[in-house]
Design a binder for this molecule. Structure first.
Ligand SMILES: [Zn+2]
Ligand SMILES: [Zn+2]
Length: 300
């Protein structure tokens, strides 16, 4: 008799938890554990296995699937967990750059898995508190950094402000005196130090990437014509940069403003006009003067 999808999922979850805390087991031992811990699930297995033993259903249908996932092997009737640095040592999910280590260099996807796992061995090393604090921050900051890099318009003032705050946060964390020793020794003192160092390095790379987004990239080109900006650029109320008045006018024609002009817009325009005039004409202006050069500079 087949079992429902829901029960299949229950069984798979039970088996994952079971292997998290029993790295080698026969199918018979699994059934014994079910007898002690989950008679309801055992009954479902008995029904599914019909006239065969209760272990025949998982042996034929569930365990081979887990084996295909890549973290379980079968040898002489014994199922064995295959640990790998790419998987959580408890729930066997794939892990990326965010994980917790223990003294045996097992990796765990979260504190939840770490606390659940019978095999977890607290590293008996110094800097443990520093490590857990740092991990907790790292776990939230790294995904945020990646989120910040996904196609956001950093010509907008409000987006730039958020990005700037994030960079400051990262930098103040990396420069925290608590980490200076780990940075100085490049994490070579212990496996815990190596982990702190790894996370600090990743965050500092992210900070540099965000810095590029903030100062370079989109900010160096005109929002309208995409040509690169020089010192004559003009800025609008949203903080968007344009190479010239013409590009700003063209942009406004296509994207009419929905709000009143800024109260200082005229002053800005006047000052910018004189600034550009000086930029373009200072040489000619000064070379026409034969006397009182200093006064001419002051006049400028
Ligand atoms: Zn996990
Ligand atoms: Zn332009």
């Amino acid at each position: 008799m087949a079992i429902s999808i829901g029960n299949r999922i229950h069984l798979t979850t039970f088996l994952k938890d079971y292997f998290a805390n029993n790295r080698t087991s026969s199918a018979f031992e699994i059934v014994v554990t079910l007898q002690e811990e989950n008679t309801e699930l055992l009954q479902i297995l008995n029904d599914a296995s019909a006239k065969m033993d209760a272990e025949s259903y998982p042996t034929q249908y569930i365990l081979p699937k887990l084996k295909n996932d890549g973290w379980l092997s079968l040898n002489d009737g014994l199922w064995k967990v295959q640990l790998s640095p790419d998987r959580c040592s408890c729930c066997f999910k794939s892990i990326g750059q965010i994980y917790i280590i223990n003294i045996d260099l097992n990796r765990y996807c979260s504190w939840n898995c770490t606390e659940k796992c019978y095999y977890y061995a607290n590293p008996y090393e110094s800097n443990l508190d520093l490590y857990s604090d740092h991990y907790d921050q790292f776990e939230t900051l790294l995904p945020k950094c990646i989120f910040f890099q996904e196609n956001r318009d950093y010509s907008l003032k409000e987006n730039r402000a958020v990005l700037d705050t994030m960079i400051r946060k990262l930098d103040s964390m990396i420069q925290d005196p608590d980490y200076s020793e780990v940075l100085r020794t490049k994490g070579t003192e212990s496996c815990i130090d190596a982990e702190i160092y790894r996370m600090l390095l990743l965050l500092s790379q992210e900070s540099q990437r965000l810095q590029v987004l903030l100062s370079g990239g989109a900010l160096n080109v005109c929002v309208y014509c995409s040509s690169s900006l020089d010192e004559k650029y003009i800025v609008d109320q949203d903080g968007k940069l344009f190479c010239s008045d013409k590009c700003l006018d063209n942009f406004l024609e296509k994207n009419p403003r929905e709000y009143e002009p800024h109260p200082y817009e005229d002053q800005y325009s006047l000052i910018r006009g004189s600034y550009i005039d000086i930029l373009e004409n200072w040489e000619q202006h000064l070379s026409s003067k034969e006397n009182f050069l200093e006064a001419a500079v002051d006049e400028l």
